[in-house]
Design a protein around this ligand. Structure first.
Ligand code: ZN
Length: 254
């Protein structure tokens, strides 16, 4: 009697142990799938938590490799514009594809082509500060540092009605000591297309495709036809591969 009871008891313990493991596994998986679904649905959400401020050689490894989530996000960023010919071409291509990008513009060019800044804002792109006259911020004094940034933000805020929070320092050179006094968030990059150097559509596309990973910020310049062609090609190819294109703020903070 005692023996039978013992055998039943052991079986029961094993049974409940297996059932408990299965139950928790299902609950955990269910929650993770639900998280993914919510993440997919939420417009503008991002799996990237933090990657600004790293150096240009990239410290932004693929941060999320959750096998339950298939969303891969990257941010296309375009510096030095707006350009009177190539920026409208790029905006047309982005609009056709429903893709949002981030433009780090100079104050000089924003003043010269204000209608393009207004169009960027209207079409949902993020606009950031790239200094007024493309200066190397680590090489100038404190006064010039602030003047270059403030003048540009003022121009952009008047055109967009929105606060300018992000800065892409020209040449990736930033003054860490002054940063504490500056109410802006520096954004560097993970993948450098070197488009200004090659000015070749295939070379630009190839370079980006070789290096791009989930969560990357891609550096390009909307000052060349080859960049516009390469960017639109990249969007088509990477979209096929499951990538989503988001603005830098979405990638960094959502
Ligand atoms: Zn630049």
């Amino acid at each position: 009697m005692n023996k039978t009871y013992k055998r039943v008891s052991t079986k029961a313990v094993l049974y409940w142990l297996v059932m408990s493991i299965l139950f928790f596994d299902i609950v955990i998986q269910g929650n993770r799938l639900l998280d993914c679904a919510l993440e997919t649905d939420a417009e503008g959400s991002s799996r990237q938590e933090q990657n600004a401020g790293q150096d240009q050689t990239g410290g932004n490894d693929a941060m999320d490799s959750d096998p339950y989530c298939d969303i891969i996000r990257v941010a296309l960023t375009f510096d030095d514009g707006p350009h009177p010919v190539y920026t409208p071409m790029l905006l047309d291509g982005l609009q056709e594809r429903g893709v949002k990008a981030t433009f780090f513009v100079t104050g000089e060019n924003a003043e010269a082509y204000p209608e393009l800044i207004e169009r960027m804002r209207k079409e949902g792109h993020l606009i950031g500060n790239h200094t007024y006259s493309h200066v190397e911020l680590s090489a100038v004094g404190e006064e010039t540092f602030f003047k270059e940034l403030e003048q540009t933000s003022q121009i952009l805020e008047e055109l967009t009605g929105e606060e300018i929070l992000f800065v892409r320092p020209p040449y990736g050179e930033w003054n860490k000591e002054i940063e504490a006094l500056c109410n802006m968030f520096p954004v560097l990059w993970d993948v450098d297309s070197l488009d200004w150097s090659s000015k070749n559509t295939q070379a630009v596309a190839k370079r980006v495709l070789k290096d791009v990973e989930d969560g990357d910020i891609i550096l390009m310049h909307d000052s060349y036809l080859s960049t516009v062609e390469a960017a639109l090609y990249l969007i088509d190819v990477l979209t096929e591969q499951g990538y989503e294109f988001v603005t830098v703020d979405e990638l960094l903070f959502d």
